[in-house]
Design a protein around this ligand. Sequence first.
Ligand code: AMP
Ligand code: MG
Length: 349
Amino acid sequence: MYKTSIIKIDEKNIDIEKIRKMAKLLQEGKLVAFPTETVYGLGANALDPKAVEKIFKAKNRPADNPIIVHVSDEDMVYKLAKKVPKKALVLMKKFWPGPLTFVVKKSDIVPDIVTAGLDTVAIRMPSHKVALVLIKESKVPIAAPSANLAGRPSPTRAEDVIDDLYGRVDAIIDTGETYIGVESTVLDLTSRIPTLLRPGGTTLEELESVIGEVKLHPIVKTEKDIESMVVKSPGMKYRHYAPEAEVIVVEGKSDEVRKKIIELVDGYKKIGKKVGVMTVCKSHEYKTDIIKFIGESLKDVAKNLFTTLREFDKEKVDVVLAEGVEEKGLGLAVMNRLRKAAGYNIVKV
Ligand code: AMP
Ligand code: MG
């Protein structure tokens, strides 16, 4: 059991002394949860295998799931990568700092535990000021997966981190809500044509406008349980982002989706279930226990998705019926997370 300290920091008026204390913890091999613009991360010194091992323990993370390494300057990239491909340079210039992670061949300084034994490393420079200053002050690259227990929805507020990791980490930095709400995009640059392994805060369309063709790994749009699929990004095979309730995604034209959900609500109510509905259309009304409107723009939907799944758990609903969105822009990431949260329990209308 850890004694967890919770440190509030104002991103607009950063108290550097507080950050230095947190950076010192990281240098001592301790665990610090911190905000990024996407979701909260659980950080440890990426060059210290013992520290990274603590991340796996704290999260109950399977050992074959590699961790993204966060940097605050480009020099760190040259230390972590065996070779920095041209496309990485272009991407760094255009999208960093920001929600884009790229995968390149790793150098010898990256411990095997970080990459789960792969010969590649995933690297990102976050744009959240507190994250950047923290990494800079700690003077080492920071390995950081999302700061949730493995399998739970990613945390977009310090309260979510506290719910999952209080007593399991040394410190939690609280700056309030994150901005994007879904994790970074993971792009593999080791294949001839770059491959999107995980859709996220940087859209496929944005990437293609800068580097041309990008392949979608089949897992990105999968609608099946892919536990048995051979995958390049091992983390993607786990059923996660899941709340405790059963989640069903209903996909199709808005009107058809509404009709189907009305029918499903009815069916579940008849057998005595507590039903929640997550809608992306303000005018949709349902006769159900709880209805949560998560926004109409894809930006709002992405931002509120994980938080809302956690809220349904707090209200102890048995079933969540979620309206799907179009798979374009941020919608690709939203649908990827939602289908996973539903354990691929998808109804198409
Ligand atoms: P998270 O734990 O939420 O930060 O997710 C990290 C994601 O990045 C997971 O899906 C990992 O599988 C993926 N990832 C990390 N390192 C690598 C790597 N070297 N190659 C491919 N995917 C990676
Ligand atoms: Mg995660």
